[in-house]
Design a protein. Structure first.
Length: 221
């Protein structure tokens, strides 16, 4: 049985979106299955409208697709899909983060990003996987934002959203998520030092570990 949750009457669309994303993380809403806005709305105690709006937002993010007269389906990704997305992230994120480091754009902002790293680690330890995901996203996109290229952030953000939402609980139980969370410390320190080469090396390793996690493999130490 899907649990029933009550939402406050403020920002119902955003609250519905947060709950749906959480259920995707925990596996209650699974890839390949079809879900109706009415069915989810009933478990939340709200009308169909904010839930439908939330699901359409997930369609825009490439995480769901509408199924005519039936509802919405969480889009399953094949291993080939994940590989293609991973390759794009290596092409875009690694050199971009190196540029941020080389230009010393993080100088004077270490405290701001260090707080994000601390949040990422704390949220993972607390088992708040939705919060972890959001903090992780803000950290990486916040650093890329320093380059002042909104198109880069939009593309990278979409790629991250397509691959990072599923299976977090299983990774956490294996201890893999905690290791990935702590890798952010080294990345930030390298960027603060302005070491582009080290930043790119650590970012490559970080993304490789994420890809290995998706296959259920333990990353090399």
């Amino acid at each position: 049985m899907v649990r029933t949750e009550q939402l406050e009457r403020t920002s119902l669309r955003d609250q519905a979106l947060a709950v749906i994303r959480q259920r995707m993380v925990t596996g209650e809403i699974a890839p390949g299955e079809i879900y109706s806005a009415a069915g989810i709305a009933a478990t939340l105690g709200v009308s169909n409208s904010p839930v439908r709006e939330a699901m359409l937002a997930l369609v825009e993010q490439g995480l769901m697709e509408p199924i005519r007269n039936r509802g919405f389906r969480v889009i399953p990704l094949s291993d080939a899909d994940r590989d293609h997305i991973h390759q794009l992230r290596l092409m875009l994120e690694v050199p971009a983060m190196g540029q941020v480091a080389a230009a010393k754009l993080v100088k004077g902002r270490k405290a701001h990003f260090q707080a994000m790293v601390d949040s990422i680690i704390a949220l993972e330890a607390a088992g708040d996987y939705v919060g972890f995901l959001e903090s992780d996203r803000k950290f990486h996109l916040g650093l890329l934002e320093l380059l002042g290229n909104p198109y880069l952030n939009t593309i990278v953000g979409n790629l991250r959203d397509q691959t990072r939402l599923f299976g977090l609980r299983d990774l956490a139980e294996q201890g893999l998520l905690a290791a990935a969370a702590k890798e952010h410390r080294g990345i930030l320190n390298a960027m603060v030092k302005g070491d582009a080469s080290l930043t790119e090396k650590l970012m490559t390793e970080h993304l490789e570990h994420i890809r290995q996690h998706q296959f259920g493999e333990i990353p090399a130490q």
